[in-house]
Design a protein around this ligand. Structure first.
Ligand SMILES: [Zn+2]
Ligand SMILES: [Zn+2]
Ligand SMILES: [Zn+2]
Length: 139
């Protein structure tokens, strides 16, 4: 809900090497997305760019923020919500293919289901997950 810059497109920080958000770390044909980081609200091409250029540790978007626009297509400059990005292989606007290997790094940018479950367990160590649902199937 913030006002866009005069240019209309968000700036991308970090060690970019071209206008499609490739950076010194990830610069294949498919590396065309930048990620907005939850900690500072700025777009970086990758987690390593943030680590080098930002003066603070990266934070991940919580599951409750999956509706936020936090992924930028470097080709057409469309901003995708986290939810939208995680279910596509290519930009829904310009059809440019995304690097599927980015999936391996999802947890560096976005809190994952598994991460949330682990965090919940860590804060409630006495609760037994296995006791629920074992006796009464819902269907
Ligand atoms: Zn940051
Ligand atoms: Zn980078
Ligand atoms: Zn696009």
């Amino acid at each position: 809900m913030t006002e866009p810059d005069a240019s209309g497109t968000p700036r991308v920080l970090g060690a970019t090497v071209d206008d499609e958000t490739r950076c010194v770390h990830y610069r294949t044909e498919l590396d065309i997305v930048a990620i907005r980081f939850a900690c500072c609200g700025e777009y970086y091409p990758c987690h390593a760019c943030h680590e080098e250029a930002a003066d603070h540790p990266a934070e991940q978007w919580p599951l409750s923020e999956r509706g936020r626009e936090a992924v930028l297509c470097g080709v057409c400059r469309a901003e995708l919500t986290i939810d939208a990005y995680l279910v596509v292989d290519a930009c829904p606007v310009c059809a440019s293919r995304f690097n599927e290997r980015c999936r391996l790094h999802t947890h560096l940018y976005f809190e994952t289901e598994r991460g949330a479950a682990a965090a919940a367990l860590a804060t409630a160590p006495t609760r037994s997950v296995a006791s629920e649902g074992s006796t009464a199937p819902r269907t």
